[in-house]
Design a protein around this ligand. Structure first.
Ligand code: GTP
Ligand code: MG
Length: 163
C-alpha cells in the first residue's frame, strides 16, 4: 500500500442546496454500470450543526466537514476555515431567489443542474461575480448529486489543487 495524503475539505452552501446528498454519493458510490435506474439513494434530512465523514480518493484521504447551511448554524463555518485545506461550495442552481453573494469559494458545484430551467454554469458564474476573483483559483462545475453526474469531475479538480 501507500500513504495517503490527508486533507480536510469544508463543504459550505445555503441550506437545501444538496451538500449532504452530494457527500453521501462520495461515501456510498452507486455500483459500476448502474448510472440511471439505480435504486434511490437513502433519504437525507437537513443537517444539524455539521457532520464529519471520511473517504479515500486516489492518493488523498479526505475528511469532509458537511456543514449545515441553515442560518442559525452559519456562524459555525468560520471556526472551521482554519483547518480546511480546501473549500467546496454547493450552489442550488435551480433556486435563483435563494442565491446570494457569498465569500469566494474554490470549487462550486452548480447542483440540481437536472432541474428544467436551472441556471447555466455561465449564468451562475455571472450571478456570483466570480470573474472578478483574482486571489485564488476557482471552478464551477454543474452537478446532479442524486445521479452523481459532474461530481467526479469537480472533485478531480479540487484534488489536483490539493495534491
Ligand atoms: P442543509 O443540511 O440543510 O444545509 O441542506 P443540504 O445542502 O445538505 O441539502 P440536502 O442534501 O439535504 O438536499 C436537499 C434536497 O435537495 C433533498 O430533497 C435532495 O434530494 C435534493 N437534491 C440534492 N441534490 C439534488 C440534485 O442534484 N438535483 C435535484 N433535483 N435535487 C437534489
Ligand atoms: Mg446537509
Amino acid at each position: 500500500g501507500f500513504l495517503r495524503k490527508k486533507v480536510s475539505i469544508l463543504i459550505l452552501g445555503l441550506d437545501n442546496s444538496g451538500k449532504t446528498t452530494l457527500v453521501t454519493h462520495f461515501l456510498h458510490p452507486p455500483a459500476a454500470g448502474t448510472a440511471g435506474g439505480e435504486p434511490a439513494p437513502p433519504p437525507v434530512v437537513p443537517t444539524v450543526g455539521f457532520s464529519l465523514d471520511r473517504f479515500n480518493w486516489g492518493n488523498l484521504g479526505i475528511t469532509v466537514f458537511d456543514m449545515s447551511g441553515q442560518g442559525r448554524y452559519r456562524d459555525f463555518w468560520e471556526h472551521f476555515y482554519g483547518d480546511a485545506d480546501g473549500i467546496l461550495w454547493v450552489l442550488d442552481s435551480s433556486d435563483s431567489a435563494h442565491l446570494q453573494r457569498t465569500k469566494p469559494p474554490i470549487l462550486i458545484f452548480a447542483n440540481k443542474s437536472d432541474v428544467p430551467g436551472c441556471m447555466t454554469p455561465e449564468q451562475c458564474t455571472a450571478a456570483l461575480g466570480l470573474d472578478t476573483i483574482r486571489d485564488r483559483n476557482w471552478n464551477m462545475i454543474p452537478s446532479n448529486a442524486i445521479t452523481g453526474e459532474g461530481l467526479a469531475k469537480g472533485l478531480e479538480w479540487l484534488a489536483a489543487e490539493l495534491s
